[in-house]
Design a protein around this ligand. Structure first.
Ligand SMILES: [Zn+2]
Length: 420
């Protein structure tokens, strides 16, 4: 949307305001002073009592909100209660404040800090935690960011969801998939990524992931917009980071001193981005480690399906050195089960068909749901199932008596899932 459309959009929001009961945040960004922004919050109705406004807190992020005032109906300063909390007077209908952005270029900035950023290529990353003030009874709100030549509006995410992230300004590429529009914001050295190839693989992988998860995802429709910031970080610094918000994600990739981005790094970037997409589809297993590791495994699987040449699963071979099944170790478990299911069914079945059985709450954090255990064990064989699950989840050696998966598989007959 260009500026004209935005004005129309704003008029629509204001007209529709009483109907939708929505507050409207407006963040104004500019080229002249790009690390500062003025923010305005127009309330759907005046405050009927003194009200505390707070920034959403995220570990490690200190809000950079300053100069909070009520400016309608009359100008009145807010009272600062704590670092991130202000009290506004009764009757106030519009608030204003300032926020600032860290200027982050290429190679030096580690993104897990989640700070709001300005990149000199002309884009901004806004994390609500240091840009927006919320109040207790707030329901529906729209957040609009106005940058030169671009603007974005997003619904303020509820506190149970990841924080509102917005990427606005000059994107390096936009890709219109048949359902989802993908926007990528990068640094000056994006040519080393081979961005066109990357996005082709990414778009194919998104489609594959939609198909693989068709039976279990929360939303029938694919998200209409995905935003990514991919920012290089020097391999010498040895650390990459990322952060996920509602609808937008930021991730580092390693670049060598000689400007080479290794293939494994490109693959990793795609996998991380697809992991986040999997969360957006709302594929949630019955235990947090399983939700995370399934998101990772399906990231690997979708990239492998999109690009048969890529040695996608190489990273998983290191998985068993890790303690927690949260990411790679869990992903290695799913790969092992998926491979066995494929082998036992001559390629007719895969883990995709069993995902719905993982949505159930797990009885025990490290024991997969019984129906899943029985169905998979019936197909691949009880000892094989037990070996895999024991090795990855319970730290017990195959065949060790009393392993929990073993006791569970013994119950299958009672459930009528046992096959002779
Ligand atoms: Zn995740």
């Amino acid at each position: 949307m260009r500026a004209g459309n935005f004005a129309l959009g704003l008029v629509f929001l204001i007209i529709a305001g009483p109907l939708l009961a929505a507050d409207i945040y407006t963040i104004r960004l500019q080229d002249e002073n790009p690390t500062e922004a003025a923010v305005q919050l127009l309330l759907n109705e005046p405050l009927n009592e003194e009200t505390v406004f707070k920034a959403r807190s995220v570990a490690g992020v200190t809000s950079r909100i300053t100069r909070v005032v009520c400016d309608l109906p009359t100008e009145a300063p807010a009272t600062r209660l704590q670092d991130d909390a202000w009290q506004l007077p009764s009757g106030c209908v519009r608030l204003s404040w300032s926020t600032s952005f860290i200027e982050a270029g290429d190679r030096l900035y580690e993104l897990s800090k989640q700070e709001s950023l300005y990149h000199p290529k002309g884009w901004w990353f806004i994390n609500e935690s240091d840009a927006l003030l919320r109040y207790g009874s707030q329901r529906l709100a729209n957040v609009c960011a106005l940058a030169p030549g671009d603007e974005k509006c997003e619904v303020l995410s509820s506190l149970e969801r990841p924080p509102t992230f917005l990427l606005v300004g000059q994107s390096a590429r936009e890709l219109d998939g048949n359902k989802t529009k993908v926007e990528v914001f990068t640094g000056f050295d994006d040519s080393y990524l081979g961005l066109d190839n990357m996005l082709r693989s990414f778009s194919t992988a998104l489609e594959k992931l939609n198909t693989m998860t068709a039976a279990v995802r929360e939303t029938d429709v694919a998200p209409t917009r995905l935003q990514f910031a991919w920012l290089s970080i020097s391999a010498d610094l040895g650390s990459i980071g990322g952060a996920a918000g509602n609808g937008a994600f930021v991730s580092n990739f390693l670049i060598r001193e000689d400007n080479v981005v290794e293939e494994i790094e490109k693959t990793r970037l795609l996998i991380v981005s697809l992991h986040e997409y999997m969360h957006m589809l709302g594929v949630n297993a019955g235990a947090p480690w399983a939700t995370e590791s399934l998101a990772s495994y399906y990231g690997f699987k979708a990239v492998a399906a999109a690009d048969h040449a890529a040695d996608v699963f190489a990273q998983l071979s290191y998985a068993d050195h890790r303690d927690a099944p949260l990411f790679l170790r869990g992903a290695a478990l799913w790969k092992e089960l998926d491979d066995q299911i494929g082998r036992a069914s001559d390629g007719m079945k895969s883990l995709d068909g069993f995902l719905s059985l993982l949505i159930e709450p797990f009885e025990n954090d490290r024991v997969l749901p019984t129906k899943f255990a029985c169905e998979v064990a019936a197909l691949i064989g009880k000892p094989e199932y037990e070996n895999i699950v024991s090795a990855y989840l319970q730290g017990s050696r195959p065949g060790q008596s009393g392993s929990r998966s073993g006791m569970q598989v013994a119950l299958c007959e009672k459930l009528g899932i046992e096959k002779p």
